[in-house]
Design a binder for this molecule. Structure first.
Ligand code: 2AM
Length: 473
């Protein structure tokens, strides 16, 4: 191809659906975007198809892509997370000059992003790891974008990222998060919370479906009504729509879908980080494990013939069960976010990211999968008290969980009696009861540790930091 003037505002590498939709979104906002893809045929396909008639420029090599870019050059990688990102960085570096900026918009592991940011900053380049949530539709019409890395790059990439992001009350769902891997970390925690939100709704479906045997239309109405109150959210909205969807024969489509949930690993990463940092992100963990149990499909089917339990029927009046269920969903959701934010706070302190939880809540209000009214309320409580140590300690959410508590407890009790697993509601409740306990039975754990391993213990009647050992035998 012939020499071209450097007129593109940004280059995008990777034309899978997220990449293509982000490019089209940028073009809608008046940006000139140059694109490249490893399988070059996809570049031409894109230009002749979806991108026809737009300002998008195709490139058949990375060198050609780089040659079309204005300086400082901005190149967004939208490729499969993992070694592909490093391969591309290695191929791009010899073509770039100091102050050029590489952005990674994939679902990269935050520790990889930390290492890449350190390496590129040392070489004089800008590196931005941006978590992007909202799925295909969000990418096309306005996702939530969580960028972090080289702060000097922010003035060069911020306006574009904020232009293409979702807006709530005119505020873009995108702001600078902090250094190196902070953006990808925040996206990971977003996904851990998303796993929890989804599991919480799946348990509501299970109770209404197996426990109450409600028709799907009625379940849809319940989710619709929840969407008018504090549970107002994208996930509740789509759940109502899913309840209403029918197969070609008019029967509920949902019941034809294999009960086997997949996962790409970001929920697991959130839980692994919680284990490393030492934060009780139990609800996300239960949500990951619930997917793992679902995947044991053949084993479950075989086991069902052998292991018995109660009849999964709930005899209480439907209105009472559903009203309590609403409260269980709400309370478990509050706990899920409280736990997610505890983990964010702890990680922020450990990595010195200085993450602003009001700002994160604001960014999550729109564009992403967990967007909801709830996040606006979280934003408000953190804006009112930036030093708030825990969501549960805000007057707003303490009051909400107190009001929801009786129905939450009744829901867990009913589900357990009926043999319907509710790991999200019950683990949230166990956390809540442990977190508010002056005394937990860890004195026995510590005594056992001292008994078999001489690990010593502190005493209630002595100052902290003095350690004792008993010769138990
Ligand atoms: P492809 O179309 O050539 O497969 C999602 O898989 C995106 O990441 C696709 O655009 C894919 O390119 C790209 N991708 C995956 N591995 C890659 C690699 N090692 N180098 C460059 N692009 C890669």
């Amino acid at each position: 191809m012939s020499e071209r003037p450097a007129r593109a505002d940004i280059g995008v590498v990777g034309l899978a659906v997220m990449g293509r939709n982000l490019v089209l979104n940028m073009a809608d906002h008046g940006y000139v975007v140059a694109v490249f893809n490893r399988t070059i045929g996809k570049v031409d396909e894109f230009l002749a198809g979806e991108a026809a008639g737009t300002s998008v420029i195709g490139a058949h090599s990375l060198a050609e892509l780089v040659a079309t870019l204005k300086r400082p050059r901005r190149i967004l990688l939208m490729v499969k997370a993992g070694p592909a990102v490093d391969t591309l960085i290695d191929s791009l570096l010899p073509l770039l000059e100091p102050d050029d900026i590489i952005l990674d918009g994939g679902n990269s592991l935050y520790t990889d992003t930390i290492a890449r940011a350190i390496r590129l900053e040392k070489l004089g380049f800008g590196y931005v790891g941006a978590g992007i949530s909202g799925g295909e539709e969000g990418a096309r019409t306005g996702p939530s974008i969580m960028p972090a890395g080289t702060y000097a790059a922010w003035p060069h990439v911020g306006p574009l990222l904020q232009d293409i992001a979702a807006k709530v009350d005119g505020v873009p769902c995108c702001d600078w998060i902090g250094p190196d891997g902070a953006g990808h970390y925040v996206k990971t925690i977003h996904n851990g919370i998303e796993y929890g939100d989804m599991q919480v709704l799946a348990e509501a479906y299970d109770i209404m479906n197996r426990g109450l045997r409600l028709p799907h239309g009625q379940m849809a109405n319940v989710f619709d009504s929840w969407n008018q109150g504090p549970l107002d959210s994208y996930l509740v909205e789509i759940t109502a729509n899913i309840m209403r969807a029918v197969d070609t024969d008019g029967e509920p489509l949902l019941e034809r879908i294999l009960d086997r949930a997949g996962q790409k690993g970001t929920g697991k990463w959130a839980v692994m980080s919680s284990m490393e940092i030492g934060q009780p992100t139990t609800l996300a963990a239960e949500a990951v494990y619930a997917r793992v149990v679902s995947a044991l499909l053949d084993e479950r089917v075989a086991t069902a013939a052998k292991l018995t339990g109660p009849e999964s029927a709930i005899a209480d009046p439907v209105d009472e069960v559903i009203s309590d269920l609403h409260d269980a969903v709400y309370a478990a959701k509050i706990v899920a976010y409280a736990q997610g934010y505890m983990l964010l706070q702890a990680a922020s302190e450990e990595h010195e990211w200085n993450i602003d939880l009001a700002s994160i809540s604001s960014m999550w209000r729109g564009g992403c999968i967990i967007r909801s009214r709830f996040l606006g309320e979280l934003m408000d409580v953190f804006a009112a008290d930036p030093d708030l140590r825990n969501v549960l300690l805000s007057d707003f959410f303490a009051d909400a969980i107190h009001k929801a508590q009786p129905g939450w407890r009744r829901t867990v009790a009913r589900a357990i009696a009926a043999g319907i697993p509710v790991p999200a509601y019950s683990s949230a409740l166990a956390f809540y009861d442990g977190y508010r306990s002056v005394r937990v039975p860890a004195n026995l754990i510590q005594a056992q540790r001292d008994y078999f391993g001489a690990h010593t213990y502190e005493r209630t009647d002595r100052p902290r930091g003095e350690f004792f050992h008993t010769d138990w035998e």
